[in-house]
Structure formats: C-alpha cells, structure tokens
Design a protein around this ligand. Structure first.
Ligand SMILES: Nc1nc2c(c(=O)[nH]1)N[C@H]1C(S)=C(S)[C@@H](COP(=O)(O)OP(=O)(O)OC[C@H]3O[C@@H](n4cnc5c(=O)[nH]c(N)nc54)[C@H](O)[C@@H]3O)O[C@H]1N2
Ligand SMILES: Nc1nc2c(c(=O)[nH]1)N[C@H]1C(S)=C(S)[C@@H](COP(=O)(O)OP(=O)(O)OC[C@H]3O[C@@H](n4cnc5c(=O)[nH]c(N)nc54)[C@H](O)[C@@H]3O)O[C@H]1N2
Ligand code: SF4
Ligand SMILES: [Mo]
Length: 725
C-alpha cells in the first residue's frame, strides 16, 4: 500500500516534531529495540557504545550514552587519534542528526513535477525496482556512460564506487574539485604525496594561508594548533577576513584575495636570494635547487607589495622568521584550497616553502612524508574485475584537464556537458551523501542540468535540496543507527556500529548498494550477506572477532613494515622544478598568474566554514540551528557607511549568475574590497522545516571557474554588487 504525502503534509510532519526547542522535547519516542542493536546495552537499552562521528569527514571516535534505547549524549573517545576525548560542537549535536523530525524514514517516489515536493511512500522493493529499471533502461539505450554517479567522501563510498565501476560508467562526481584539488595536485606533483601530515610537537613557526583551523574544525589538529600557540609557537595567518583563527594568530595578514602566491613567491625570493634555506636538505632532496635563485629573482617583496597590499618589509621579515625556524617551520598545506584559478600555484609555492625549510625527513621536522596505506591489511569481499570503460569522462579529465588525477575529477564541469549534450548526452544521475544543488557553484546551472535528466535517485537521511529535486529518495539509516566499513587510522581499524536501531524503514548504504547491485545484475560484486558479514570479512586477516571490536571500538592492525621514505615523483625527489608540468604545457616552476579582480563597485564574494555547521547538510539539525548565528552578509563597516548601508539592513547581492537577499553585518573584520556569506544556507527544500527560509545561498551567486591545472573550482572568484534591498 502506498500513501501520498503532499507538500503541506510534509510541512506538517516537520512541524509536529519540531515543537519547543528544549532538548527534552527533541528526543524521540522510545526506540524500542535499541537493546538488540548492540550487545553492549542492557535489556532495558542502557549503556555506552563506541562508534564513529559522521557530522564531518574528520570522523572522530565517539562514545554514545544510551538511556532507555535513546541516545542522550555523545562524547569523544579518548583513545581515538581524531578526537582524543573531544567532540566539536557539531559532533556533540550529532544525536539530532538521528532525531531530526524531518528524517526520511521510508523510500519516496516523486509524484508531482520535480521540485514541487509531492512524493508518495514506497516499499523498498518497489523503490529499488524503479531505480534499477531506470538505470538499466539508460544503460541499454545510451550505454553505461549515460549514468552519472556522485558522492562525497564517506565510509561506504568504497561500495558506492564498486557499484559505479561495476555498472561501467566513467562519470563520477565528488566534492574534491570543490575542496582540495589544488592542494592535492600540487603536493602530488611536487612530493608525490597526496597530503603530507603535520606534526605540531616542535613547531615554532606556522604559516597558514586561508586555513581557518579554529572554525573549520578538525578536532585533533585544531587542538594541536591551540597547544602549539599556547606554548609560544608563532602563527602567521593570511585571510582577507578576521576569523577565529586570525584572533589566535600572532599576526593576521588581511591579504588581497587571489594574491597569496605573490606573497609566497616573494618569501621564496627572500629565502633563496639570501641563502637562508636548509642547503644540505635542498641539495640532497630537491630538484630545482640550481635554477631557483634565478627563477625567483623577479618576485621581490617590493613587487609583491603592489599585488598583495602587504608591505614589502613585512613579507621580508616573515620570510626571514620562517627560515630561521628551519625544520620547525611549517607552511600549512591548507584544505579547501579552491579559491582562484591560480590556487594550484599558491599550493606549489607552499610545497616549495616546506622543501626549503627541510621540515620533511629531518628528524623532528614538522611535515611527515609517511603515507598511511589506507585499509591495507583488511580483508574485502571477493568480486570479479570491472568492465573496461572507453567512453570519455564528461568532466574533461585527461582530454581537457591532463594533470587532474582521475580520482579527483572536475565535478563542476560535468554540468556543461550535461546541458550541451557534448561530447555525449547523460540521462541519469545517482547521488549519495551529497547535496550538489547547494555545494556546486551556480545553483541555476545545476538545476538546469537536473532538468536534462530522465532519472535522478538520491540516498540521504533527510529531504535535502538534491533529494527534493529527485525522482526517488532512498533513506539511509543515520550514522548512529548503522554499520559502515571499518575506518583505519594510525594502525587501528575503528568501527561504526548501530548505537540504536534504525527508525522506520531506513537502511545502511551497504545494504542499499547491495540490493541495487543485485537488481542491476551485478550481484557478484556484492558478495556479503549483510553489514556484519562485510565487517567480518574485513576482520578475517586480523583474526579478531566482530564482537570484540564492537566492545572495544577498534581492532589492532599488523604494523606495516617501514621502508625508506621516497618521494613518488619521476625523479624520486621533491620537484620544485617539474618536467611533468612542463611537458603538459604549464610552468615547470611555481609561478605568478594574475587572477581576475572585481571592477569598481564590485566586491570579492568570500565563503568559509563556521564552527557550528558542516557544509550543506547540518542546517536542519535543531541543536546546531539553535546555537548558530543568523547568517548575514559581512561588509567592512566603513564601506557600508560610505554606501549608506547600516548594520541589519536587508541588501540585494547580485553576481553574474544570481541574486540573493540577506541582512547586512557591518564589521571591521573584513577587507574593504570583500564581502562574506556563510555557506550552507538558503535551502530550497521545503522538506527541511528547520532550515528552510533561513539565510541565503552563496552557491546561487557563485560563477563556475576552473583552475586549468588542478581542476579546482575558484570559489573566491565571484564578484558581486551590493545595494539596499
Ligand atoms: N565547522 C566546520 N568544520 C569543517 C567543515 C565544516 O563545514 N564546518 N568542513 C570540513 C571540510 S570538508 C573542509 S574542506 C575544511 C575547510 O577548511 P578551510 O580550508 O579552513 O576552509 P574554509 O573555511 O572554507 O575557508 C577558509 C578561509 O579562506 C578564506 N579565503 C577565501 N579566499 C581566500 C584567498 O584568496 N586567500 C586567503 N588567504 N584566504 C582566502 C576565507 O575567508 C575563509 O576564512 O573544513 C573542515 N572542517
Ligand atoms: N559555496 C560554497 N560551496 C562549497 C563550499 C563552501 O565553503 N562554500 N565548500 C566545498 C567543500 S570544502 C566541500 S567538501 C563540499 C561539500 O559539499 P557536499 O559534497 O555536497 O557535501 P555536504 O554538503 O556535506 O552534503 C551532505 C549531504 O549528505 C546528507 N547526509 C548527511 N548524513 C548522511 C548520511 O548518514 N547518509 C547519507 N546518505 N546522507 C547523509 C546531508 O543531508 C546532505 O544532503 O562543498 C563545497 N562547496
Ligand atoms: S570534527 Fe566534529 S563533526 Fe567532525 S568528526 Fe570530529 S566531532 Fe564530528
Ligand atoms: Mo571540503
């Protein structure tokens, strides 16, 4: 039997659960079979359970307190290297991710027009049959490449990828090109390492380029930075905004957006022309030490002052301080480095500065070149080889973007291919744990691409914007209600396990992908009985029982034999000079590339995380909502006054591709040529009763620009006008 839910009912469903905002009233009715969920709870459903946070991708270890079958408190697992006993505000509020009154608890099938919000409930059998038959129809008619798959990093992603590779599509969109493509490609090309880890024990001097560690939180690393600052390490922080990290820094440099690489190249100039680098290290390990002095000659601090707005004397002093700290100096690689079309060059300059300080390989140095072999030592279900894929990738990787690793992709470019039908037309889109309608730039373009699709299915836990525009919504169990594959960190494999039973019909992604795989005729790729069997197969080589891991929270992994660390580049050294870049037609040296700048009367539109929210998926969490500031457009107070605008005024913000309305925050905490908007707001889905109608979407304003080397989206390269609404 099916039941129709109208948009009004949807709203009603949400409103019924929302009610007063006291925590007590937010808790659900008793989740009856919680005790069965886990051997660690007593018969009444009380106890403590080890698991893993999923409120962001850092994945801290948690201990959940369960009373009467309900999660009542989440704390950090002291033994987990990512949490060390702490959870950030989002992690602590994670129980409301499970108890969100807007949870989707049965599969839904669209009835009205896309975006109208009319869905009916369906059984799993029916919903999975609809998804599978549409995918097969598209495959038969247009080939497997006509299905686009997209998902953002999560623990079951390995099985999402299994599904898409088995299906045979090359078209895979992840968050990476909106996030860290610039950093990863630059470190891969320079060091042959994706992302070197940081060691804060002895750090004396830290340079951070727009890495807002105190708000864009990684619990353990944020803590390490705080401790380093406490014991006197110097932090120089470059950001056009005065963030919480700026407030903890020794020195805040409000640099002009897009000009970081000029600042960094001038630092390199000072270091190499005054021979302040760690010469022994550079001679032994760096390719380019012969030519670097001549190459960097043009990038003087005086040259950089004109571009960045930072006084030459300041740049010179900071370069000397950095060099004086030798291998205890750290130029932080950053994380969301998707800011400008020259962000790859910023990251190449950061990679070079680290090489010059000799902080990698030098004992006690604060950069680590050790690469953790993710998942090595764990077992996997057997599966046949994947079919060969010969179709071009619609995101242009390889044929348009020769240096972007396949794994990273250029997600934002998929939409032009979908809209134009070139080089071929895509017809279907399968999405999981991702909200591309909000996270891709130029929301209208994403909606236009959705409009070209014959079929869209989304796996989510709530009715996010992407689910709202889909044809079928498959409800995943929340991270406190499900198993996922084990997470290996520092020699241990950590568990995510159900702390309480799933509500309604929600199921784990491991289950959903297997069911779908079987219906697609790909059952051989999903050789596990259920989630517990999957984890047992992972644990097999470790000779540890699942029961033991559930109790303890992790399994010890065998120690990896440590060979000599080599840089996985063509030369085996750190390539400050890169033949690979040269052969692909790019500058072999880190270089200055002038990015576009706003015209008179326009502002740089900045984005950046806040401590209480994650991306585009947590704004409906009632606890986080309660403790978040109302989103406003930051504008420099003097500039606001010059424009006749007052704090709290509603303003109209217009870019080349969109327009939004939002109240103004007049503040000294931002450069005069910039404005800033908190990301993640302005949700379109009316199925998010807490978040709908709050704030405005910066993605509606962002223009799509891609860095030609790394494929990263340039999220600070949108220019806007602002006037009173
Ligand atoms: N609370 C919270 N923590 C998170 C996340 C979250 O959503 N919420 N997300 C996680 C994820 S996926 C990521 S990628 C990381 C991101 O962490 P970060 O890399 O720190 O990224 P953002 O906060 O997006 O941006 C950082 C800063 O860059 C500044 N900026 C913009 N353009 C420029 C420029 O041209 N030059 C310089 N120097 N600065 C610029 C912005 O003003 C902003 O303050 O955070 C992770 N941690
Ligand atoms: N304007 C702007 N755009 C940005 C950024 C920015 O700062 N500003 N940041 C960029 C960065 S760094 C990143 S990493 C990306 C992130 O953007 P996305 O890759 O789209 O990731 P999220 O926004 O975290 O999407 C999370 C989705 O997963 C759903 N979800 C939550 N928990 C679960 C679960 O357990 N199971 C399932 N199946 N779904 C779940 C949420 O409801 C939500 O719909 O955005 C990028 N885009
Ligand atoms: S940093 Fe916060 S949100 Fe992210 S995993 Fe850790 S506790 Fe959870
Ligand atoms: Mo990210």
């Amino acid at each position: 039997m099916t039941q129709t839910i109208s948009r009004r009912d949807f709203l009603k469903l949400g409103a019924a659960g929302a009610g007063a905002l006291a925590l007590g009233s937010m808790l659900p009715p008793r989740a009856a079979q919680a005790a069965r969920a886990n051997g660690q709870l007593d018969a009444g459903g009380n106890g403590y359970v080890h698991s893993t946070c999923e409120m962001c991708v850092w994945r801290c270890g948690l201990i959940a307190k369960v009373v009467d079958g309900r999660v009542v408190k989440l704390d950090g697992n002291p033994e987990h290297p990512h949490s060390r006993g702490n959870l950030c505000p989002r992690g602590q509020s994670g129980l409301m991710n499970t108890y969100d009154p807007d949870r989707v608890l049965t599969p839904l099938v669209r009835m009205g027009k896309r975006g109208e919000g009319l869905f009916r409930k369906a059984s799993w059998d029916e919903a999975l049959d609809i998804v599978a038959s549409n995918m097969l129809k598209i495959k038969e008619k247009y080939g497997p490449e006509a299905m686009v798959f997209s998902s953002t990093h999560n623990l079951s992603q390995v099985q999402f990828e299994n599904l898409l590779y088995a299906f045979g599509s090359p078209n895979y969109g992840t968050q990476r090109s909106l996030c860290f493509n610039a950093m990863i490609t630059a470190f891969l090309l320079t060091y042959g390492i994706e992302e070197p880890s940081r060691k804060y024990d002895d750090v004396e001097f830290i340079l951070m380029v727009g890495r807002n560690m105190m708000e864009a939180i990684s619990t353990s690393e944020t803590g390490e930075l705080a401790h380093a600052i406490d014991r006197g390490a110097k932090l120089v922080y470059l950001d056009p905004r005065y963030t919480k990290t700026a407030s903890k820094a020794t020195e805040w440099i409000p640099i002009r957006p897009g000009t970081d690489s000029a600042f960094l190249l001038a630092m390199i100039n000072v270091i190499v022309s005054n021979e302040l680098a760690d010469c022994d290290f550079v001679k032994q390990y760096v390719v380019g030490c012969d030519g670097i002095q001549a190459e960097m000659r043009k990038y003087t601090p005086a040259w950089a002052e004109k571009i960045t707005g930072v006084p030459a004397a300041t740049i010179e002093r900071i370069a000397r301080e950095y060099a004086a700290a030798k291998h205890n100096a750290l130029a932080h690689p950053g994380w969301r480095t998707s800011n400008f079309v020259n962000s790859f060059q910023t990251e190449r300059a950061i990679a070079t500065l680290n090489a010059l300080s000799g902080n990698v390989l030098t004992p006690g140095g604060c950069l680590s070149a050790e690469v953790a072999a993710e998942g090595a030592g764990l077992g996997m279900p057997k599966q046949p080889p994947y079919p060969r894929v010969s179709a071009l990738r619609l995101d242009g990787v390889s044929w348009k973007y020769p240096l972007v690793p396949l794994k990273l992709g250029v997600f934002q470019e998929l939409r032009d291919a979908i809209i134009t039908g070139e080089p071929y037309q895509a017809h279907g889109w399968f999405i999981s744990r991702q909200n591309p309608i909000q996270s891709l730039p130029d929301r209208n373009k994403t909606l236009q691409a959705f409009g070209k699709m014959d079929f869209i299915a989304t796996v989510d836990i709530i009715m996010n914007d992407t689910a709202w525009f889909s044809d079928v919504v498959l409800p995943e169990a929340s991270y406190l209600e499900r198993y996922d594959p084990l997470l290996p960190v520092d020699g241990k494999a950590y568990i995510r396990q159900p702390v309480v039973e799933p509500q309604g019909e929600a199921r784990s992604a491991l289950w959903i992908y297997k069911q779908l795989g079987e219906r697609l005729g790909l059952g051989d790729y999903f050789q596990y009985e259920d989630e517990e069997d999957y984890i047992r197969q992972q644990l097999k080589p470790l000779r540890v029982s699942l029961e033991e891991v559930k109790e303890k929270g992790y399994a010890e992994m065998p120690e990896e034999p440590k060979g000599e660390i080599t840089f996985n580049t063509p030369s085996g050294k750190i390539e400050v000079y890169s033949e690979t870049l040269k052969k692909a037609g790019f500058s072999p040296w880190p270089t200055w590339e002038e990015p576009p700048a706003p015209k008179e009367g326009e502002f740089y539109l900045l984005t950046g995380k806040v401590a209480q929210q994650t991306q585009f998926g947590t704004q409906n969490n009632q606890l986080l909502h309660k403790y978040s500031d109302e989103p406003r457009l930051w504008m420099n107070a003097k500039v606001a006054a010059q424009n006749g605008l007052q704090d709290g005024d509603w303003v109209e913000v217009v870019s080349e591709v969109g327009k939004v309305y939002i109240p103004l925050l007049a503040t000294e905490a931002i450069r005069p040529d910039c404005v800033y908007l908190t990301p993640g707001y302005g949700h379109l889905s009316k199925g998010l009763t807490t978040a709908h109608g709050v704030g405005a979407s910066d993605s509606a304003l962002h223009v799509t620009y891609t860095d030609p080397i790394s494929g990263g989206q340039a999220l600070s390269q949108t220019f806007v006008t602002v006037k009173k609404a």
